[in-house]
Design a protein around this ligand. Structure first.
Ligand code: 1GP
Length: 254
C-alpha cells in the first residue's frame, strides 16, 4: 500500500497547486457519455477520477473502472457511499470516509471495522478522510441514506471545529460536500474558515456548476474541486472547469 496519491496531494498543497476531480457515479453515467468524459478529461489534464455514489443499483463499478483504465493513466479513487460496499481492486486508491459531520456511529467507525480486513489485503492506497456534509439547500441522498443532519450552511464555526477535530484525530483529508446536485454549493466563507484553520488538503464538492464557482472555491482555500452532476449534463464543461482550477496557484504570501 504505497502512499503516492496522498503524497501528490500534500506536495501540490505545499506548492500551492490546485487539483480538479471528475466524479463518475457508475450507476448514473450513460455509457455513451463515459467515453467522451474520459477523452475530455485527458485533454483537460484532469488530476483524478472519483468513482462512487450513494447507492449501488446496477453493479457497473468494475466495468466503469476497466473502461477508464483502458483509456488513460488518470488515477482512479473510490469515493464510496458506504465503506463496506463499492470496493474494487481495480481502482488505485480509496477515500476511507468517516462522516464526521454526523453522529451515526456506523459511518464514523462501524462500517470501517467490517471493511478493514478486506482493505488490508487489497493493493488499494487507503486515504482516511473526514467527510463533512454541508447543507446544500435540498435534501440529499447522503443525508437520507446516512441518517445524519448536514452542518447548516451558515455555520462556519461548526465546520471549522469539526475539521479541526478531524485533523487532530489524524485524518489525512477533509472533504466538504454539499451533496451531489446541491442547490447551493459550499460557501467561500466556510471554505476560507476551514482552510485557514487546518493544514491537511481540503476537498470541496457538491453543486458546483460553473467554472467561476470552481475558481472562487480554490481562491478561498480549497485544494481539490470535485464536480459530477454538471459534467454528466454537459461534459464540455470539463475543459473550462479544469482550466479555472489549474489557473490558481497560491504562493505562501497570498
Ligand atoms: C458529490 O461532491 C460531489 O458528492 C459532487 O457533487 O455531483 O453536485 O457535482 P455534484
Amino acid at each position: 500500500m504505497e502512499h503516492q496519491i496522498y503524497q501528490s496531494l500534500v506536495d501540490s498543497k505545499e506548492k500551492g497547486e490546485k487539483k480538479f476531480v471528475v466524479l463518475i457515479d457508475p450507476d448514473k453515467v450513460r455509457l455513451k457519455n463515459m467515453q467522451s468524459i474520459i477523452d475530455l478529461s485527458i485533454e483537460a489534464k484532469v488530476d483524478y477520477f472519483f468513482i462512487g455514489g450513494s447507492l449501488v443499483v446496477n453493479n457497473m463499478l468494475d466495468h466503469c473502472l476497466e473502461t477508464i483504465k483502458k483509456s488513460c493513466d488518470i488515477p482512479l479513487i473510490l469515493f464510496p457511499g458506504n465503506n463496506s460496499t463499492q470496493l474494487s481492486y481495480k481502482a488505485d486508491a480509496l477515500l476511507f470516509l468517516s462522516l464526521i459531520s454526523g453522529r451515526n456511529a456506523d459511518l464514523l467507525i462501524g462500517k470501517h471495522v467490517i471493511s478493514a480486513p478486506y482493505l488490508k489485503m487489497s493493493p488499494l492506497e487507503i486515504i482516511s478522510t473526514g467527510y463533512m456534509l454541508i447543507d446544500g439547500g435540498i435534501p440529499t441522498s447522503v443525508s437520507y441514506i446516512s441518517n445524519t443532519y448536514p452542518i447548516p450552511a451558515t455555520k462556519d464555526d461548526i465546520s471549522l471545529c469539526t475539521a479541526l477535530a478531524g485533523e487532530m484525530l489524524g485524518l489525512k483529508l477533509i472533504y466538504m460536500d454539499a451533496g451531489s446536485g446541491a442547490k447551493n454549493p459550499v460557501s467561500e466563507s466556510m471554505i476560507d474558515a476551514v482552510s485557514s484553520a487546518t493544514k491537511i488538503p481540503l476537498i470541496v464538492g457538491g453543486g458546483i456548476r460553473t467554472p467561476e464557482k470552481a475558481y472562487k472555491n480554490v481562491k478561498a482555500g480549497a485544494d481539490v474541486i470535485v464536480v459530477g452532476n454538471a459534467i454528466e449534463k454537459d461534459p464540455n464543461l470539463i475543459k473550462e472547469m479544469a482550466a479555472a482550477v489549474h489557473e490558481v496557484k497560491v504562493t505562501s504570501e497570498t
